[in-house]
Design a protein around this ligand. Structure first.
Ligand SMILES: [Zn+2]
Length: 83
Protein backbone atom coordinates (compact mmCIF):
# COMPACT_ATOMS: atom_id res chain seq x y z
CA UNK A 1 0.00 0.00 0.00
CA UNK A 2 1.38 3.30 -0.95
CA UNK A 3 -0.42 6.28 0.44
CA UNK A 4 1.87 9.23 0.99
CA UNK A 5 1.13 11.13 4.18
CA UNK A 6 2.53 14.57 4.90
CA UNK A 7 0.85 16.39 7.77
CA UNK A 8 -2.83 16.25 6.87
CA UNK A 9 -2.28 15.72 3.16
CA UNK A 10 -2.75 12.34 1.49
CA UNK A 11 -2.25 11.05 -2.00
CA UNK A 12 -1.54 7.77 -3.70
CA UNK A 13 1.85 6.74 -5.00
CA UNK A 14 2.32 4.03 -7.60
CA UNK A 15 3.71 0.80 -6.15
CA UNK A 16 5.56 0.19 -9.41
CA UNK A 17 7.18 3.46 -10.51
CA UNK A 18 6.55 5.71 -7.52
CA UNK A 19 4.62 8.35 -9.46
CA UNK A 20 2.29 10.47 -7.37
CA UNK A 21 -1.40 10.85 -7.95
CA UNK A 22 -2.45 14.27 -9.25
CA UNK A 23 -3.97 16.24 -6.43
CA UNK A 24 -3.79 16.15 -2.67
CA UNK A 25 -6.48 15.24 -0.19
CA UNK A 26 -7.21 15.91 3.43
CA UNK A 27 -6.79 12.96 5.74
CA UNK A 28 -10.55 12.50 6.02
CA UNK A 29 -11.03 12.44 2.25
CA UNK A 30 -9.89 8.89 1.64
CA UNK A 31 -12.91 7.89 -0.45
CA UNK A 32 -12.75 10.93 -2.80
CA UNK A 33 -9.05 10.22 -3.23
CA UNK A 34 -9.73 6.62 -4.23
CA UNK A 35 -12.64 7.62 -6.50
CA UNK A 36 -10.53 10.23 -8.29
CA UNK A 37 -7.70 7.77 -8.74
CA UNK A 38 -10.03 5.19 -10.27
CA UNK A 39 -11.47 7.78 -12.64
CA UNK A 40 -7.94 8.69 -13.67
CA UNK A 41 -7.23 5.06 -14.53
CA UNK A 42 -5.40 3.85 -11.44
CA UNK A 43 -5.61 0.22 -10.43
CA UNK A 44 -6.34 -0.26 -6.74
CA UNK A 45 -6.62 -3.81 -5.53
CA UNK A 46 -6.35 -5.91 -2.44
CA UNK A 47 -3.53 -8.45 -2.33
CA UNK A 48 -3.73 -10.57 0.77
CA UNK A 49 -4.10 -8.17 3.64
CA UNK A 50 -2.54 -5.19 1.83
CA UNK A 51 -3.69 -2.80 -0.85
CA UNK A 52 -1.72 -2.15 -3.99
CA UNK A 53 -1.82 0.94 -6.18
CA UNK A 54 -0.72 1.14 -9.78
CA UNK A 55 -0.76 4.31 -11.88
CA UNK A 56 -2.41 4.31 -15.34
CA UNK A 57 1.00 3.73 -16.95
CA UNK A 58 1.87 0.72 -14.81
CA UNK A 59 -1.48 -0.95 -14.28
CA UNK A 60 -0.95 -3.24 -17.26
CA UNK A 61 2.36 -4.38 -15.76
CA UNK A 62 0.93 -5.20 -12.36
CA UNK A 63 2.03 -8.71 -11.41
CA UNK A 64 -0.62 -11.31 -10.66
CA UNK A 65 -1.86 -11.37 -7.10
CA UNK A 66 0.25 -13.77 -5.08
CA UNK A 67 -2.18 -16.43 -3.95
CA UNK A 68 0.27 -17.76 -1.36
CA UNK A 69 0.40 -14.34 0.23
CA UNK A 70 -3.38 -14.32 0.35
CA UNK A 71 -3.20 -17.49 2.40
CA UNK A 72 -0.93 -15.74 4.84
CA UNK A 73 2.14 -17.95 4.99
CA UNK A 74 4.64 -16.21 2.73
CA UNK A 75 5.51 -12.98 4.50
CA UNK A 76 9.14 -13.50 3.60
CA UNK A 77 8.27 -13.08 -0.07
CA UNK A 78 6.34 -9.88 0.46
CA UNK A 79 8.90 -7.62 -1.21
CA UNK A 80 9.81 -10.01 -3.96
CA UNK A 81 9.50 -8.58 -7.45
CA UNK A 82 9.39 -10.43 -10.71
CA UNK A 83 11.20 -8.45 -13.38
ZN1 LIG B 1 3.46 3.70 -12.10
Amino acid sequence: MSVTRIDNERWLSCDECGDDQDGQYEKDDFQPMVDDAKHAGWLIRKNGSTYEHFCPTCRDKAPPVDQRKSQGWSHGLKKRRFA
